[in-house]
Ligand binder design. Structure first.
Ligand code: KG4
Ligand code: ZN
Length: 338
């Protein structure tokens, strides 16, 4: 079964053709990063306009790369939640048009479910149940993946998402948007022990995250140094920040796996490209004897292949949308769990 999937929840216009959930026939991503960079972050209105301009070409290229025509496609899929509402609307409207014009089924896909599914595309062996740490620009979750369409969120961020914290800290250090990858690079040559950063504790839920205090700590170090006329060592501060975020994400995930009895752990979302998060999670999972799955680097960020993969399992579970499908800016995975 061939699914043509569309993803437009943030600043990437993407389309892909995926066969039987696990085989990528094409995967086109048109990034708008260069434009949003000028503003230090994603400008929602600009993102929507660029999606409108790019989507037809991106979809055509995804069909051409897969050596398919619309006749060869069995179903369409689209990210409908969560994300920037104007951006999501471009993808959902386009996908509805395709489904209505061809009379073929339309599958609505949750963006975070898509990120998790990137692991199925990377490793044939992975099957639920397992525990997944999702860390992206908009979300930080620890999720029990009970089935291909069944989830239970056991931890979430109380304020900033991990990727958002990376981007804000990067901005303070003078790196361009999106800063996560620049912090990762700078940290390679930095000493993480030069600066001491807090490990915020959350009362109430031991699996929740809080990153805003950490971001403030980085801002304070930079401002204090500026006031004293001392130069901060950017690489050292980047390394300290990255190490602290990695420790917070990984320690919570490992204790959640132990407490909930999981021996299989997965990682997902844009921050899963981070070398320190990957290395630390690998090390800790090895210590505990857990099996670890991580998405291939090219599938960590937003793409439509992961949406096409998840759509296959949503299709098998009977999930369908019609012309009344609307985009939804905020929607927890718990709410769509079957
Ligand atoms: O999942 P994603 O592509 O978009 C959302 O769904 O939000 O995640 C984007 C986030 C950005 O905050 C970006 O800085 C971060 O992922 N990111 C990284 C790295 N690569 C991307 N953060 C840390 N280290 C990286 N190597
Ligand atoms: Zn994403």
């Amino acid at each position: 079964m061939k699914i043509l999937a569309i993803e437009s929840s943030c600043d990437e216009t993407a389309a892909a053709v995926v066969e039987d959930g696990r085989k990528i026939l094409s995967n086109i991503v048109a990034s708008q990063i260069e434009e949003h960079k000028k503003f230090g972050g994603v400008v929602p209105e600009l993102a929507s306009r660029r999606h409108c301009e790019n989507i037809l070409d991106v979809v055509k290229r995804s069909l051409a790369d897969a050596e398919c025509s619309l006749d060869d496609i069995d179903a369409f899929a689209v990210t409908y939640a969560p994300g920037l509402i104007g951006a999501l609307l471009v993808g959902t409207s386009f996908a509805k048009g395709l489904a209505m014009a061809t009379g073929k089924p339309l599958v609505p896909v949750h963006h975070i479910a898509g990120h998790i599914a990137a692991n199925y595309l990377t490793d044939e062996a992975l099957e639920p149940p397992y525990l997944c740490l999702v860390a992206s620009g908009g979300h930080s979750h620890i999720i029990e993946v009970l089935g291909y369409t069944k989830y239970h969120v056991i931890g979430r961020t109380r304020d900033d998402a991990a990727g958002e914290a990376f981007d804000k800290a990067a901005r303070v250090l003078g790196f361009p948007y999106p800063g996560g990858v620049h912090i990762d690079k700078a940290a390679q040559t930095g000493n993480p022990d030069t600066y001491t950063l807090p490990h915020p504790k959350i009362s109430g839920c031991e699996f929740d995250f809080s990153f805003s205090g950490l971001k403030t700590a980085v801002i304070n170090i930079a401002h204090n140094a500026e006031q004293k006329g001392v130069e901060i060592n950017k690489n050292d501060l980047a390394a300290a920040f990255q190490k602290t975020v990695s420790e917070i994400l990984v320690s919570r995930t490992i204790s959640a796996a132990e407490q909930f009895g999981y021996k299989t752990v997965a990682l997902a979302g844009g921050v899963s490209a981070n070398s320190s998060v990957r290395n630390l999670l690998e090390k800790e999972c090895k210590k505990k004897g857990f099996r670890l799955y991580m998405p291939a680097l090219y599938l960590c960020g937003d793409n439509a292949a992961m949406i096409g993969c998840q759509a296959y399992y949503d299709y098998l579970a009977g999930r369908r949308a019609d012309e009344s499908l609307n985009a939804v800016a905020t929607l927890s995975l718990d709410e769509i769990s079957t």
